[in-house]
Design a protein around this ligand. Structure first.
Ligand code: SF4
Length: 447
């Protein structure tokens, strides 16, 4: 009987992409996916240490799986991802029914660990480095039109709120040749949009430069090379660090036909004092200057950001500095987070943690301001025509959800097939999406 696997992913895009790799490995071993835990021979929990309550979520899930494991000892339970890397032996001490704990660097060894678990009992591999870069593994892609392509893992920075350097280690980049081969292969399978992934994506390649020579990132060159791959019509990337958003990257974005006019430009805080405490290497005025340069070089570019509210020691004055930058930057959208300590980070042990009710009150004020700005930015698009890529069905019968190059979601009343490119005129706007009507379809309309 065919054996099945189930993967549950908690976390960021890097985790989602790792899950595609895990799925690819299990597929290559003759297994097939299922959504039903009762059917699965292997269950993988791919964990995230970045999100709040990650531990509770993992141990809650493991608790639910225990009765299943008791009934079916042949079931193999795997814990992968950042929490596996961070908690290591603790996981099997707390949940001895876990068969394999596999760290973020050790994914290529998954099948071997499963085989060994069969014979020898619980296994753990959380070694820091492996010969095979995780993204050189086969992948079971969740989407046949858009794909993530990992270009680097790890990060050389030390932002005090972030667990990434601890769980993913220093930056390791893939070679340009390997990345291009993957993008070409994706294009040959009909993928038209790729998102280049790295924890600090614009320092891609800094670790590849010849020892002894200047350590220069190769991200601008990578963008130009990917831009030349036939069949790829949209290139996105995430997440860059403002400090590393150099002129050559801006020039490459402006000059590459297929690089989309959207930048995620994480602010984190508008207060210089808080930025210093976060160990972010830019300051508010510098950030706004870069933003102005980006906007003048790339007409129509949309900018999104990340903002943390209530970082330890944040005063009302600091928070007002954040509101001031948000008002001046006029972001198209923002991911706003209430600070909560991540065990293992420097910020978690800082004094002056801000009380929850104060964080909530500031968060609500920030959200109100950003919603107003997002709405204004979206309203300015009404009456204009954009190319969209159809991502799938909308919520209403016969409707469609699509996305502009600037990463705005557009709802359409027409039933267009996923993967279709169309030109649409924007007829209405809300803070989070646009509504549009189809002007022309570039590829087949399915009725
Ligand atoms: S640059 Fe990004 S990934 Fe690196 S430490 Fe800072 S927040 Fe974390």
């Amino acid at each position: 009987m065919e054996q099945k696997y189930l993967i549950r992913t908690f976390g960021c895009q890097m985790n989602e992409h790792d899950s595609e790799r895990i799925g690819g490995l299990l597929l290559s071993d003759g297994m097939s996916p299922t959504n039903d835990a009762a059917d699965a021979r292997v269950i993988v929990l791919n964990t995230c240490a970045i999100r709040e309550n990650a531990d509770n979520k993992l141990y809650g899930n493991l608790g639910h799986l225990k009765p299943l494991k008791d009934r079916r000892p042949d079931l193999k339970i795997v814990v992968a991802g950042c929490l596996a890397q961070k908690d290591q032996g603790l996981i099997q001490r707390k949940a001895p029914w876990v068969d394999v704990v596999i760290g973020t660097h050790a994914l290529p060894n998954l099948l071997e660990l499963l085989r060994r678990a069969e014979i020898e009992g619980p296994q753990m591999d959380v070694r820091e480095y492996t010969e095979t870069f995780p993204s050189a593994l086969p992948a079971a892609r969740a989407d046949d039109v858009r794909a993530w392509v990992s270009v680097a893992v790890g990060c050389d920075n030390a932002c005090t709120f972030c667990i990434v350097p601890l769980v993913r280690g220093p930056q390791r980049s893939r070679s340009i040749g390997e990345i291009l081969a993957e993008v070409q292969d994706l294009a040959s399978r009909g993928v038209t949009e790729v998102t280049l992934l790295g924890q600090n994506v614009n320092t891609y390649g800094r670790d590849l430069t010849v020892p002894g020579s200047a350590r220069r990132p190769l991200f601008a060159r990578l963008l130009r090379e990917v831009d030349g791959v036939t069949g790829i019509r949209r290139i996105r990337f995430t997440s860059p660090h403002p400090h590393d958003f150099t002129s050559d990257v801006i020039d490459a974005m402006a000059g590459c036909e297929h690089v989309c006019e959207h930048i995620h430009f994480p602010l984190q805080s508008g207060s210089d004092r808080v930025l210093r405490a976060m160990r972010r290497s830019y300051r508010r005025e510098r950030y706004l200057e870069w933003l102005a340069r980006i906007r003048s070089a790339i007409p129509g570019v949309a900018v999104s950001t990340d903002i943390i509210v209530g970082f330890p020691g944040e005063t009302e004055r600091d928070f007002e500095d954040t509101l001031d930058v948000v008002g001046r930057a006029t972001f198209d959208s923002a991911y706003t987070f209430q600070y909560s300590p991540r065990p293992g980070t420097r910020a978690a042990t800082m004094e002056d943690q801000v009380p929850k009710d104060v964080v909530q009150e500031r968060f609500d004020r920030l959200l109100t301001l950003q919603e107003r700005v997002s709405l204004e930015r979206n309203r300015a698009q009404v009456g204009r025509t954009f190319e969209v890529l159809v991502e799938g069905e909308g919520k209403r019968d016969g409707s469609t959800q699509a996305r502009t190059r600037t990463n705005r979601i557009v709802h359409l009343a027409a039933p267009l097939q996923r993967g279709t490119f169309a030109d649409v005129r924007v007829t209405a706007a809300s803070a989070h999406h646009l509504t549009g009507e189809v002007v022309s379809v570039q590829e087949a309309l399915v009725v």
